[in-house]
Design a protein around this ligand. Structure first.
Ligand code: NAI
Length: 404
């Protein structure tokens, strides 16, 4: 029950900085360049306390059931669809990801696209490659002094806002939540207002029922003639046939699209879109967040989550677990207990502690619909006995001791 040096297995070629960081605190780490599945995955993960994966390793209920020792899974990426979050919650396996490590990469891509669209760089470059000289100032503009309308002023939208102001743009934004404007950016009251005022509209919203198709024919019609649209958020946000029509009839002067309603599953699959061949349209294969820097940042962020989890019991940033932070383990042992969230559990745990003549230094508890998570620092007591009795409660799912 006393936690030993954590053993971590990293699959799918996770950036080497993750293994380096984990080894720097003494963890045992093995790394593989590929993904695994089914029984092969189960066999390889046996004996490890934590597993790092990217998008290709599927942690299904069937796989998780056979890995009772596994305490944490790190999705070294943004999405967590490859993991059965509901089962891993009930099973008390804590799942971490790194949702914001590629924020800056997306914001930088959009900055590049603003200039590319305003100068028709995509078309001119490919023409030059084909031997066609397209020198002309007509329809080419500086972005300085133009209005950028940002839809969704979250992590990416607000970073973009700062970068865009530094390039001389005026920034307006629309968000459903009241957000503090950065620099000189200005919120607008309605989405429609933003569409009517902006020279460039850039989407940075999540995929929700409200954002699905939020940019349809009616909304595109509200944009001023000769303006530009950028979407590097989610493929369902913009109605592609409607966008295509507004580009073909010249209402919009260009668009940069990084995400699509239907994207190829791998680089081997062919990509089809009705935006192909249209003038001044930049199409990119969902690479907004795909940079070496973002991969390194993801590696470090998830490695740090593992370290906080094993050293302190912290679950901050976990996607399927009650989020709880705690100070470092000092002087006295710490008991971590994950239990079924039913009434009276804490009372039973406290009775065990008092019967053992123990002294609780501090306790932190957080719950969700299925489980409760307790972090408890114990002074003056037989911590092994207390933890063992707690682990035998029928509500207990996992119990560990971290020694100072
Ligand atoms: P975030 O959660 O920090 O910000 C999203 C913002 O959108 C929030 O401020 C939220 O209040 C706002 N919002 C939600 N619904 C809205 C609505 N109906 N109208 C207006 N605002 C609304 O998310 P973050 O990290 O900035 O990411 C934004 C998008 O970028 C996400 O969809 C994410 O999947 C996507 N993304 C794309 C990448 C790529 O490779 N192209 C890489 C990383 C993220």
């Amino acid at each position: 029950m006393i936690q030993k040096t954590p053993k971590v297995l990293l699959l799918e070629g996770i950036h080497t900085c993750a293994a380096e960081r984990l080894r720097s605190v003494g963890y045992y780490v093995e790394a593989e360049g590929h993904s695994l599945s089914g029984q092969e995955l189960v066999d390889r993960v046996q004996g490890f306390d934590a597993l790092g994966i990217r998008s290709k390793t599927h942690m299904t209920e069937e796989v998780l059931q056979k890995l009772p020792q596994l305490r944490a899974i790190g999705a070294f990426c943004i999405g967590t669809n490859q993991i059965d979050l509901e089962y891993s919650n009930k099973d008390a396996t804590c799942v971490f990801n790194a949702p914001y490590a590629n924020t800056r990469s997306v914001a930088e891509l959009v900055i590049g696209e603003l200039v590319m669209l305003a100068r028709k760089l995509g078309d001119r470059s490919s023409a030059a490659h084909r031997g066609v000289w397209m020198k002309s100032a007509a329809g080419s503009n500086e972005i300085r002094g133009k209005v950028l309308g940002i839809v969704g002023y979250g992590h990416i939208g607000s970073q973009l806002s700062i970068l865009a102001e530094a390039m001389g743009l005026t920034v307006l934004y629309y968000d459903i939540i009241k957000k503090l404007p950065l620099g000189n950016a200005r919120p607008v009251d309605t989405f429609e207002e933003l569409l009517q005022q902006a020279d460039f509209v850039s989407f940075h919203v999540p995929e929700t029922p409200e954002t699905k198709g939020m940019m349809g024919a009616g909304e595109l019609g509200l944009m001023r003639k000769g303006t530009y649209l950028i979407n590097a958020s989610r493929g369902t946000v913009v109605d592609i046939p409607a966008l295509s029509a507004h580009l073909k009839n010249g209402h919009l002067a260009g668009a940069a699209i990084d995400v699509f309603p239907k994207e190829p599953a791998s680089n081997k699959e062919r990509f089809e879109s009705e935006l192909q061949e249209l003038e001044n349209v930049i199409l990119t294969p969902h690479i907004g967040g795909s940079t070496e820097e973002a991969q390194a940042a993801i590696g470090l962020e998830v490695a740090e989550s593992f370290i906080n989890f094993f050293e302190k019991g912290s679950t901050i940033g976990a996607v399927n677990f009650p989020n709880l932070d705690a100070p470092p383990v000092e002087e006295v042992p710490r008991i971590l207990n994950v239990h079924l969230n039913t009434p009276g559990v804490l009372g039973k745990i406290n009775s065990i502690v008092s019967a053992a003549g123990g002294n609780i230094r501090r306790q932190f508890l957080s719950t969700d619909a299925h489980i409760g998570y307790l972090i408890m620092d114990m002074g003056r007591s037989d911590v092994d006995r207390v933890a063992s009795e707690i682990s035998q409660l029928e509500t207990s799912l996992r119990t560990h001791i971290i020694l100072p």
